[in-house]
Design a protein around this ligand. Structure first.
Ligand code: C2E
Ligand code: MG
Ligand code: MG
Ligand code: MG
Length: 283
C-alpha cells in the first residue's frame, strides 16, 4: 500500500514538473516574440533627497506588456531571461533607453538628474558589458556621472577578480555603482574596501517595520553610519510612510525611494511631475 501511494505521488509529481516545463516553454517562446515586437517597457521610480525631498534621480524598472495578460512584473520574467540569455539583449536595451529617457527628464526639469539601471549577473559577466555601457553613454550623450548601475552582492563575491576589473573600468567612466538589496546577500565588508562602490541601497526588508522594530532600527543605524564613514550614498528602498522617512532622514540616510515619495511611472507621468516641479511630497 505504501508503495502504491508512493507511485501515485510520483505520477502527480511528474505531472507538476511536466506542466511547469510546458508553461516555461510557452512563456519562453512568448518572451522571444515580445523582444521582436518591442513589448518590454521601463517604468521610472523617483529617488528623492531625504532632506529636501526633491527628486535627484530615477530607478529604471522593467515590465513586460503581454497583450493577453497585461503588465508582467520583472520577478516573473527576469530569472528566465537570465537562464536563456535574453537578459543580455534586454539589459542592453534597458541601458540605452534609460539613458535616452533621462535626457528628456533633464530637459523637462531644467537641471541634472541621474538614472539607475539594474544589471543582472549574466549581463555583468558578459564580454560585451563595458561596450554596452559605452554605447548607451555615447548614443545618449550622457555624462558617466548621470548613470548609476545597480548590482547585487552575489555578483561581487562569485568572481572578485573579474568584478574588480569591470568595476574599475566602470568607475573610470565616472559611472557610479550601487549595491542593490544591501544586507540580503553575502554581506562581506571586504568588497566595500576592495571595489569602487558609490552607494548602498538598503533592502526593503530592513525598512518595512521601521521605526518600531528595534532590530531593524539597529541594522539601519549601523549601515548608515558605516556608509557615512566610507562616504557612500545611501538609498532606503521601499519607504512607504512618513514615519519611516523621518526616521531614516534623522539617522543620516541620504536618499529615499518608495511608494511614499513616488511610484514607478511611465515617462510621460515623470515629465509632468518634473515640469510642475512638484515637490515629491505634499505635506
Ligand atoms: P529592485 O532593484 O530591488 O527594485 C525595487 C523594487 O521595489 C521594484 O520592484 C519596485 O517597484 C519596488 N518598490 C519600490 N518602492 C516600493 C515600496 O514602497 N513598497 C514596495 N512593496 N515595493 C516597492 P519591481 O519593479 O517589481 O522589480 C523587482 C526586481 O526586478 C528589482 O528589484 C530588480 O531586481 C529586478 N529588475 C527590475 N528591472 C530590471 C532590469 O531592467 N534588469 C534587471 N536585471 N533586473 C530588473
Ligand atoms: Mg534595483
Ligand atoms: Mg533594490
Ligand atoms: Mg530590493
Amino acid at each position: 500500500r505504501a508503495k502504491e501511494t508512493g507511485k501515485a505521488r510520483c505520477v502527480i509529481y511528474n505531472q507538476i514538473i511536466f506542466n511547469q516545463v510546458e508553461h516555461d516553454v510557452s512563456m519562453e517562446a512568448a518572451m522571444f516574440e515580445a523582444v521582436r515586437n518591442g513589448d518590454f517597457l521601463l517604468h521610472y521610480q523617483p529617488i528623492v533627497d531625504a532632506g529636501t525631498r526633491r527628486i535627484v534621480g530615477f530607478e529604471a524598472l522593467m515590465r513586460w506588456m503581454r497583450p493577453d495578460i497585461g503588465l508582467v512584473p520583472p520577478n516573473q520574467f527576469i530569472p528566465m531571461a537570465e537562464d536563456n540569455g535574453l537578459i543580455n539583449l534586454l539589459g542592453a536595451w534597458a541601458l540605452k533607453v534609460a539613458c535616452f529617457q533621462l535626457k528628456r527628464f533633464q530637459e523637462a526639469a531644467g537641471r541634472q538628474l541621474y538614472v539607475s539601471v539594474n544589471v543582472s549577473p549574466r549581463q555583468f559577466r558578459s564580454d560585451q558589458f563595458i561596450e554596452m555601457v559605452d554605447d548607451a553613454l555615447k548614443l545618449s550623450g550622457l555624462n558617466g556621472n548621470q548613470l548609476m548601475l545597480e548590482i547585487t552582492e552575489g555578483i561581487l563575491m562569485s568572481d572578485p577578480e573579474h568584478a574588480e576589473q569591470i568595476l574599475t573600468k566602470i568607475a573610470a567612466r565616472g559611472v557610479r555603482i550601487a549595491i542593490d538589496d544591501f544586507g540580503t546577500g553575502y554581506s562581506s565588508l571586504v568588497y566595500l574596501k576592495r571595489f569602487p562602490i558609490a552607494a548602498l541601497k538598503i533592502d526593503r526588508t530592513f525598512i518595512k517595520d521601521l521605526p518600531e522594530s528595534v532590530k531593524d532600527a539597529a541594522i539601519c543605524n549601523v549601515v548608515l553610519s558605516l556608509a557615512s564613514h566610507l562616504s557612500l550614498l545611501t538609498v532606503a528602498e521601499g519607504v512607504e510612510d512618513e514615519r519611516q522617512l523621518a526616521f531614516l532622514a534623522a539617522q543620516g540616510c541620504t536618499l529615499i525611494q518608495g511608494f511614499h515619495t513616488g511610484r514607478p511611472m511611465l515617462p510621460n507621468a515623470v515629465i509632468e511631475v518634473l515640469q510642475a516641479d512638484a515637490p515629491a511630497l505634499h505635506n
